[in-house]
Design a protein around this ligand. Structure first.
Ligand code: SER
Length: 316
């Protein structure tokens, strides 16, 4: 029986991944952990440990106490926030990965660690960006993710650690809010539209970025983790893709539901980050190696976000 520890469980991806894994593996077999004293409400129905992953001893104690066999290590400082404190972002993103990979040598059967489209940079081909191409990230987040990918492959080759990874595009879901990313606008915009407010976008109208509905991201993650090891032919991190759109395009789609919705554009420092990332991604390796298929495009994404957020947002 798998015993899973999720690090960074109260984050945008962590919340939804924990809920899904609890459904599939049994609540008692999925231990959520994060910096907070108490878990976010959605996770309060299952086991939780307060953990700062920079504290190696606490991590070891949790592994032993719960007989953990798998770790999903999601804690990270994202792209926009990382630029405000580059050294801390590097320390958190790198030291924590090395701590988890070390545990993979003897204690863990499998590790999941997310990478990102942020590993690409201004010199990378922008359209249909290949799995293997020029990588020249210029954010500390992107640099840490690219270095992390190299470490994952290294630990797999050298020590046989079964670590698996995906390069996520911007993730959009309604259950938890993102924090500190460049693609966060694509979640914020829904909250404003549903509240009947105008949205002032921090990216310019034609900034095309790869994006994905959260359920697809969760599905991809679990499918990659559950596939037989021989299907995992990429041990750095897999390109993963579902759709691409610009702020203008998503605003148009939202207007089909809220005709009076208005958007304005005031690009800030995050524009430069967005400009350095690809517009679309070639994820044929994931599709061929372990059968990845997405289910949501832009139209379905907007429908499902509005439908669900309408019910959860409380108007005062
Ligand atoms: N969504 C992330 C960010 O914007 C990219 O991985 O930082």
């Amino acid at each position: 029986m798998d015993k899973i520890l999720i690090i960074g469980a109260c984050g945008q991806l962590g919340t939804e991944l924990t809920l899904k894994l609890r459904e599939l593996k049994g609540t008692e077999n999925v231990i959520a952990s994060d910096l907070l004293d108490e878990p976010v409400e959605l996770l309060s129905g299952g086991p939780y440990e307060k953990l700062n992953i920079l504290n190696k001893e606490s991590f070891q104690i949790i592994l032993e106490e719960h007989n953990i066999t798998q770790v999903y290590h999601l804690a990270a400082v994202l792209s926009a926030k990382g630029e405000q404190n580059p050294h801390f972002a590097w320390q958190l993103n790198m030291d924590s990965l090395l701590t988890v990979l070390e545990a993979g040598k003897d204690k863990l059967q499998k590790i999941y660690w997310p990478s990102s489209i942020a590993v690409f940079g201004p010199d990378t081909p922008k359209e249909n960006t290949p799995q293997n191409t020029i990588m020249s990230p210029n954010t500390v987040y992107g640099i840490s993710k690219l270095a992390g990918e190299r470490w994952c492959e290294y630990y797999h080759e050298k020590y046989g650690v079964d670590v698996r990874s995906l390069r996520y595009p911007g993730l959009i879901g309604y259950k938890a809010l993102p924090g500190g990313g460049t693609t966060d606008y694509a979640v914020d915009i829904f909250h404003k539209a549903i509240a009947g407010e105008k949205y002032d976008c921090f990216l310019s109208e034609n900034s095309m970025l790869p994006m994905m509905y959260m359920d697809d991201a969760v599905k991809a993650t679990i499918e990659l983790m559950e596939t037989a090891p021989e299907n995992v032919k990429v041990r750095s991190s897999y390109n993963l893709s579902a759709m691409s759109f610009s702020p203008k395009e998503i605003a148009e789609e939202i207007k089909k539901h809220y005709p009076n919705f208005e958007i304005t554009y005031h690009p800030d420092f995050r524009q430069k980050i967005a400009d350095s990332w690809p517009g679309s991604i070639d994820d044929s390796a994931a599709r061929n190696n372990w059968g990845w298929q997405h289910s949501h495009g832009l139209t379905e994404l907007v429908e499902v976000m509005i439908e669900n957020l309408k019910e959860t947002i409380v108007f005062d």
